[in-house]
Design a binder for this molecule. Structure first.
Ligand code: NAG
Ligand code: NAG
Ligand code: NAG
Length: 374
């Protein structure tokens, strides 16, 4: 009996002093991150991660380089401290075959009101919010992104990525026009990206495609911003950065925004190309400037009135764009093409009413609409 008791004591000592079977993070938190200091260890050792009520310190990126096949869930409020002026991003998620979910009631709070000054890009020091580089069949779902200080979501160098059920809410930035350049989703250098079933309330493009191919956007509800956009010509030297093809926007609404649809190529960029773009079943209301705006005269953030052919747009299909304009300068359709910059625009079912000024077209008239050639 005594012998057995001694044996028990000894085995207990051995078990507690031998090298641990589990890492501390696993034992204490079960791969749950509740403080910033845990982040790098947990993402290195876990593939099923919970981020619960995390406060990220000012000036730090929540860098989540996930192991292949990982699942990560945000719970509660993830907040990003304010205190320094910097470019961000506040969060950067990378990985292959990853799944990231926002749990019911969770949100990521960028604390935009601390940064907003009505100047946006013109006064640097506001961090970009959420950067993604995900590949191989990755999903990021049900993220509630609140009060982006600057651009909200930027997707770069991604492929086979799907975002669904996002709620990007920067509507508080409408107050006193303080929120500015708060783009919803910016996409560049990516292949096969789907963004669907999401809401964006902001003060710049709801979606802005800069480069990439096989991009699909559906069931988006956009309000307060600048519309569903393609903006091509970010590079003056590298034509491969100015290439966009096979982009579809379907079943979207754009409300109380500057534009409904906006396709712009930069006349001061190098060469590039835009091919096979489709907008279908887009409903507009309260659009103040342009229902549909295609312009090849964009330079330094402005329209010059001198369109160029450096980035031709071939195959812009628009079907069923309906709704209403508001505001004293509203124009339903505005097409400003270079002398040979636009071709094969097949439009049908464009019915946008309430514009105060007539539709105009320069150098090219799409089929299926009437516009005054200028
Ligand atoms: C513990 O962490 C180490 C180093 O990061 C890692 O190699 C090991 O696989 C982890 N062990 C467990 C059980 O997660
Ligand atoms: C266009 O992109 C969609 C969505 O990624 C894809 O399913 C389709 O096959 C692509 N079409 C072409 C012609 O590449
Ligand atoms: C234009 O689009 C319509 C409706 O989607 C289609 O029926 C027609 O074949 C297209 N025309 C051309 C020239 O592509």
């Amino acid at each position: 009996m005594l012998c057995f008791a001694v044996f028990l004591v000894i085995t207990t000592i051995v078990a507690t002093t031998a090298s641990p079977l589990y890492n501390d993070t696993r034992v204490e938190g079960g791969c749950t991150i509740t403080s910033y200091s845990q982040v790098s260890n947990v993402v290195k050792s876990c593939t099923n991660i919970i981020v619960n009520g995390l406060a990220v310190p000012p000036g730090k990126t929540l860098q989540l380089d996930l192991k292949s096949g990982s699942t990560l869930t945000f719970q509660g409020t993830t907040s990003f401290g304010y205190g320094v002026k910097w470019a961000g991003p506040l969060i950067f998620i990378t990985g292959n075959r990853i799944t990231v979910n926002g749990a019911s009631g969770s949100k990521l709070d960028g604390q935009g009101p601390h940064y907003w000054d009505g100047k946006g890009d013109a006064n640097p020091g506001k961090p970009k919010f959420f950067r993604i580089k995900a590949t191989g069949g990755s999903y990021i779902n049900n993220i509630h992104l609140l009060n982006c200080p600057h651009q909200c979501v930027s997707i770069q160098n991604s492929n086979q990525l799907t975002l669904s059920g996002w709620n990007v809410d920067v509507s508080a930035g409408d107050r006193n026009k303080l929120g500015h350049n708060t783009d919803g989703f910016d996409i560049s250098s990516s292949d096969t990206v789907t963004i669907k079933n999401s809401v964006v309330k902001n003060q710049d493009d709801c979606v802005a495609v800069n480069s990439g191919k096989n991009l699909h956007f559906s069931n988006l509800q956009c309000s307060g911003g600048h519309g569903l956009s393609l903006s091509i010509g970010m590079s003056k030297t590298d034509a491969s950065k100015n290439v966009v093809s096979n982009v579809t926007f379907s079943d979207c609404t754009v409300t109380n925004s500057r534009n409904g649809i906006h396709v712009k190529t930069h006349s001061d960029a190098g060469h590039g190309s835009v091919n096979d773009i489709t907008y279908s079943n887009i409903h507009l209301s309260g659009i103040t400037n342009y229902g549909i705006n295609v312009q090849q005269d964009y330079k330094g953030g402005k329209s010059t009135g001198n369109p160029t052919n450096n980035i031709p747009i071939k195959g812009l299909k628009i079907s069923k764009v309906t709704g209403t304009m508001s505001g004293s300068n509203s124009v339903a359709v505005y097409v400003m093409c270079g002398s040979s910059g636009c071709s094969n625009f097949n439009w049908s079912g464009v019915s946008v009413s309430g514009a105060k000024k007539g539709s105009t077209c320069k150098n090219y008239k799409p089929s299926g609409i009437s516009c005054k050639q200028i």
